[in-house]
Design a protein around this ligand. Structure first.
Ligand code: NAI
Ligand code: 15L
Length: 285
């Protein structure tokens, strides 16, 4: 199915419906924290929203929604899941540091299955939930952009790094466009001092996903998913064509965060951009 991806101006309000919605948009990881947020907010972006997860999803919320349970590690099931969709927002997978064997199934095989299905079924655009943990071993006093060599901080970060390589390959080889969003910390509120720098509000996430779906000619773009916090470590000028203009800042939470007990200067959460993830493992010794 051919669908033209069109952008509305970047100054448009984040929740605006696009001028030409997608026919059928697949949202993986729809039962998760961000999946539940985007399940609501992506509805105006497509005539049909197909929501998927390995965890319970509840009933479809109306004729505009399709509920499609699926294990991303199951290649045949993912192939069927993607059939009929013109774009995918891929949030599904393990979202924390875990032993390699678990990450391998859900994240590494999962993203391969997704791109293979996208190729087979003519999907034009993927929005991939990458993570700041692909660059987690940069120190907090460094400023980097999307071209900085990756420094994953664990098997989880490695899987996201692999996902970004997958995205680049499927663009170069098959012309499937992807925006890889290196999400910082997307929760209702920042939870600690590090997140004052890494926080991405749900409103800004929604705007960024919208721009990632509808901006024409993105090829494979890597963008940092971070709000307009007073201090950020990431430079998004290489992704300026997305027109992402974050509206929120963590600053209004500063007083409550700074009331928390101080963090020791040698604590990884005070040293590295990836925070505590840099000190996890080894597993299974
Ligand atoms: P989450 O853990 O709440 O949601 C992930 C969902 O993926 C879960 O509902 C889970 O059941 C599903 N899933 C796991 N294994 C699966 C499998 N084998 N097959 C199908 N579904 C499977 O994570 P959250 O916070 O909603 O994050 C969404 C995405 O964004 C994840 O890919 C995560 O890595 C990424 N991300 C999130 C950040 C955040 O701050 N929330 C920061 C950086 C990246
Ligand atoms: C992530 O990649 C995780 O999915 C999320 O749960 C947070 O830990 C976030 O990074 C973060 O770095 O704060």
């Amino acid at each position: 199915m051919e669908t033209t991806l069109t952008a509305t101006p970047s100054h448009a309000a984040p929740a605006d419906a696009p001028s030409q919605p997608l026919s059928r948009l697949l949202l993986t990881g729809a039962a998760g924290g961000l999946g539940r947020v985007l399940r609501e907010r992506l509805r105006p972006f497509a005539r049909v929203l197909r929501v998927s997860d390995i965890a319970p999803l509840g009933a479809a919320s109306g004729a505009q929604e399709e509920v499609a349970p699926c294990d991303l590690a199951d290649k045949k099931a993912v192939d069927a899941l993607v059939a009929g969709c013109d774009a995918v927002v891929h949030l599904g997978g393990i979202s924390v540091e875990r032993p390699f064997e678990e990450i391998l199934e859900a994240n590494i095989k999962g993203v391969f299955h997704l791109y293979e299905a996208a190729r087979r079924h003519g999907v034009k655009r993927v929005v991939f939930a990458s993570s700041n943990h692909v660059i987690g071993f940069y120190r907090q006093d460094e400023r980097i952009d999307a071209r900085a060599p990756r420094r994953p901080d664990g098997y989880y970060g490695l899987s996201k790094s692999f996902g970004e390589d997958m995205a680049q390959f499927y663009w170069d080889r098959y012309g499937i466009e992807t925006v890889s969003i290196r999400i910082g910390s997307s929760f209702p509120e920042p939870a600690n001092r590090r997140m004052l720098c890494t926080w991405l509000s749900h409103g800004d996430l929604t705007q960024l996903v919208r721009q990632s779906l509808f901006t024409p000619g993105v090829g494979h773009t890597v963008v940092y998913g971070v709000s307009a916090n007073a201090q950020v470590w990431w430079d998004n000028r290489a992704a300026a064509h997305l027109g992402f203009a974050p509206q929120d800042s963590s600053e209004r939470f500063r007083a409550q965060i700074e009331a928390q007990p101080p963090v020791a200067p040698n604590d990884p959460s005070a040293i590295y951009q990836g925070g505590a993830f840099t000190a996890q493992g080894p597993f299974g010794d």
